[in-house]
Design a binder for this molecule. Structure first.
Ligand SMILES: [Zn+2]
Length: 212
């Protein structure tokens, strides 16, 4: 199989590439991730409704979940809901898509306490100043359109070990092709090399994925 372009987090469908759609998809035959976003984390109650869907063979990850200091309920509540979902990801063997806004220190403490075995992918990564620390805690990082408009971030992204890296479009209009190309240029590797590395990372982390 040729290495496809992989978009690990998108709020819209993309028929041309291997994409993890974020959200409920009903019975559609698509890859998806699902979880209680910290901004909706008023109570862990909806978790029960998700269980069936998380067990579907096309659900590749639990997410986006995490902490957000700018939006959503009180941080204490967000932490409770987050920890419940981490427990679930361990039980179901699902990797986690992390949403983290101004709460890296809190998240780091939780990771150290819970010592999860499932991979955590810090999505929409945009803060070059915490990059080294995030990597030192064993997380994967996923970059989106921010690397196109932020040269400092793009430069920082080239220092991430290639096996710890992902790309995504999230809710932007920039295509995943453009994001791959910008990175490949900055990293001075070919698009084909990058695609192969990404496909290997994808298979290593999102283990429920099957081709065909
Ligand atoms: Zn998103």
């Amino acid at each position: 199989m040729n290495s496809p372009l992989i978009n690990i987090h998108s709020h819209s469908f993309d028929e041309n590439n291997l994409t993890i759609f974020q959200g409920e998809i009903g019975l559609l035959n698509k890859w998806f991730s699902l979880g209680i976003h910290p901004c909706d984390a008023d109570s862990p109650e909806p978790l029960k409704n998700f269980l069936n869907q998380l067990n579907l063979p096309n659900c590749l990850a639990l997410g986006e979940i995490g902490l957000d200091k700018l939006k959503g309920p009180h941080l204490k509540t967000q932490i409770q809901v987050f920890e419940k979902q981490i427990e679930l990801s361990e039980k179901l063997n699902l990797p986690v898509i992390i949403h983290c806004v101004k709460a890296w220190n809190e998240l780091k403490i939780i990771k150290r306490q819970l010592k999860p075995t499932q991979p955590w992918v810090f999505h929409g990564f945009s803060k070059a100043n915490i990059l080294e620390d995030v990597l030192s805690q064993g997380l994967f990082v996923s970059f989106g359109e921010a690397i196109i408009r932020n040269p400092k971030l793009l430069a920082a992204s080239t220092h991430v070990p290639l096996e710890k890296l992902f790309f995504e479009t999230d809710d932007s209009n920039v295509s995943i092709e453009t994001i791959y190309s910008e990175f490949a240029k900055a990293k001075q590797i070919t698009l084909q090399e990058l695609k192969e590395i990404q496909f290997n990372n994808f298979k290593r982390v999102f283990k429920k994925w099957k081709s065909g």
